[in-house]
Design a protein around this ligand. Structure first.
Ligand SMILES: [Zn+2]
Length: 222
């Protein structure tokens, strides 16, 4: 997911289809990377960020949890080898606490932690928008971080849920509690028909799609 704030582009996760998505959406630079977790469907496009570092001649700031950094180092050991100019250069900023805030390139973000089976996942909030993907287990404190949200992205693979993903019922429960103006569902599996789901969903929840874009308000209402 790409987030543009003035002339900066922040990328949340970098999946295997990042290259084709970046071409389709005409993304010509990425200025910072925020990782939610290190399942391959969220990091497998990371090598394709190299071109942006070559162009800027700078290491790209990368925000991630301590656990994500450990996992990334196991899966992509070469990203951590110093002086290797042939790979993307990331400048790691470890988010040590389960929740908190940070500034990236002058822009304020909040972050919070939840789980997907045994995987620790980081969610991000900027202004009135929160990106909460790959959520399965969470604590009540999550709702404190989502107060005042207008745009909420949640993940669901199948309507009935699975060991790693929430069900549609779970999504509706969260939506009813948070009451955002718009709740978008991402991470849908191939069994889901976009139009069937769209018809079926209650008002205020819609399936996301490639190329979906909307304006957010950077003012934090917490
Ligand atoms: Zn995952």
């Amino acid at each position: 997911m790409a987030l543009q704030v003035e002339d900066k582009i922040f990328l949340i996760d970098c999946g295997p289809d990042f290259r084709s998505q970046a071409i389709a959406q005409d993304i010509r630079h990425v200025d910072a990377l925020l990782l939610t977790h290190t399942h391959f469907d969220h990091i497998a496009g990371i090598d394709d960020l190299r071109i942006f570092c070559l162009r800027s001649q700078e290491a790209m700031p990368c925000y991630l949890s301590e656990k994500s950094q450990e996992e990334l180092q196991k899966k992509y050991y070469y990203l951590f080898e110093k002086d290797d100019e042939s790979v993307v250069r990331l400048n790691y900023n470890v988010l040590k606490n389960p929740r908190g805030s940070f500034k990236a390139l002058g822009v304020s973000f909040r972050y919070f932690t939840y789980y997907q089976s045994s995987m620790k996942v980081t969610g991000y909030r900027i202004g009135n928008f929160a990106y909460v993907t790959d959520i399965k287990e969470y604590e009540g404190a999550l709702f404190d971080d989502l107060i005042g949200i207008d745009y909420l992205v949640l993940s669901m693979q199948r309507k009935e849920g699975s060991y790693a993903h929430l069900s549609l019922r779970d999504i509706i429960d969260i939506q009813e509690k948070v009451r955002p103006q718009y709740c978008y569902i991402t991470h849908m599996g191939h069994e889901i028909d976009y139009y069937d789901l769209k018809e079926y969903l209650p008002i205020g929840i819609a399936p996301a799609f490639d190329g979906l874009s909307f304006w957010i308000n950077l003012e934090n209402k917490i």
